[in-house]
Design a protein around this ligand. Structure first.
Ligand SMILES: Nc1ncnc2c1ncn2[C@@H]1O[C@H](COP(=O)(O)OP(=O)(O)O)[C@@H](O)[C@H]1O
Ligand SMILES: N[C@@H](CCOP(=O)(O)O)C(=O)O
Length: 313
């Protein structure tokens, strides 16, 4: 579930009156997602997404995310910009939360992507990287490599309640990744969470890239490595059809060919991605009550992926 903050029909009607978008017809909470409260809003004119930003998205970061979305939308990328109200304001306050009314995009996120869908999604990521080459916004990555050790230490040996020896295992894996992490690869604005659930598709066509709330300045090839770690495995962390990972890379390189150094670094960057998502999932696992409404994501699926990159890639 992802409706943490309830918005009544009366409050929403008053809120929509700030915009030139027609009158409220219906509003439904959206179950998918874990970070924010999302509503599907229909008006007499159109369909929108209303997002209320919960504790993980800092209100101070919203201008960066919105500028990035505007930049991509202006270049024709299928991303959902926030809609300005009659005064030109896109970032609002609603029920004590920062909130935006966002363009609705058609399409569905695929649970089991095919190679052709992975190829299209890889190409979409590369188009995004190219379109952001002249984006001047900057946001240090709050989930980047510098943050992994502090997060590991905050989780501490409680990790061993998830799997015996997990803390020591991650401590060693992180030390290896830290000592080899590349410092010379091209950087720019990256999505940093382009999992299948954040790509909307109709058939083999990408109709939407959503959920930019981890976007930050970081290594471009790291974004692709994150994507590979999310797309080329099943939910339990076992490798999916090898064609999917291959098609993802081919799709990306059909738009933005990787340099030799970027290609050589992909496996290491993917090991970093595995540690990053293992740690954030483990933190949530340890700090979310088992009966909470939010479904906790399996941290160990990312340990299996880490092992695959260490042994195979
Ligand atoms: N602009 C959009 N157009 C269509 N559907 C959207 C849009 N934004 C979000 N959604 C829907 O809402 C769900 C949750 O959105 P998401 O941004 O992933 O939430 P969270 O940040 O809480 O993880 C998505 O899986 C998708 O179904
Ligand atoms: N993709 C991350 C969690 C972030 O969730 P999202 O719904 O905002 O994409 C993971 O799978 O661990």
């Amino acid at each position: 579930m992802a409706v943490y903050t309830h918005v009544s029909a009366e409050t929403l009607s008053t809120f929509l009156a700030r915009y030139d978008v027609g009158d409220l017809v219906s509003a439904k909470g959206i179950a998918e997602g874990v970070e924010n409260s999302n509503y599907l809003v229909d008006t007499t004119r159109d369909r929108f997404i209303l997002t209320l930003y919960e504790k993980r998205v800092a209100a101070g970061d919203l201008p960066y995310f919105m500028a990035l979305l505007d930049h991509l939308a202006a270049k024709g990328l299928p991303v959902p910009p926030a809609i300005p109200d009659r005064t030109g304001t896109a970032i609002q306050q609603l029920e004590g939360r920062a909130a935006c009314l966002i363009r609705f995009l058609t399409g569905v996120s695929v649970s089991h992507p095919t190679p052709e869908q992975a190829r299209a999604a890889g190409a979409a990521m590369a188009q995004m990287h190219v379109a952001l080459e002249d984006f001047t916004g900057d946001r240090p990555n709050s989930m980047g490599i510098a943050e992994w050790r502090p997060l590991l230490d905050r989780c501490g040996t409680s990790l061993d309640t998830i799997q015996p020896g997990l803390f020591a295992r991650l401590d060693a894996a992180l030390a290896d990744v830290e000592s080899a992490w590349p410092r010379h690869l091209p950087t720019g604005a990256i999505h940093a969470d382009l999992f299948p659930d954040n790509v909307l598709m109709l058939g083999d066509r990408v109709t939407g890239l959503i959920d930019f709330y981890f976007a930050a300045t970081d290594i471009l090839a790291y974004d692709l490595a994150i994507m590979h770690s999310a797309w080329a495995f099943d939910g339990a962390g076992a490798p999916a059809d090898a064609e999917i990972g291959k098609a993802l890379y081919e799709g990306y390189e059909s738009v933005r060919p990787l340099s030799t150094d970027e290609r050589a670094a992909l496996a290491l960057l993917a090991r970093g991605a595995c540690i990053r998502f293992l740690l954030s999932r483990a933190w949530d696992w340890l700090n979310t009550p088992a009966d909470a409404l939010v479904t906790r994501k399996d941290p160990l699926a990312y340990l299996r992926r880490l092992e695959w990159y260490e042994q195979t890639a």
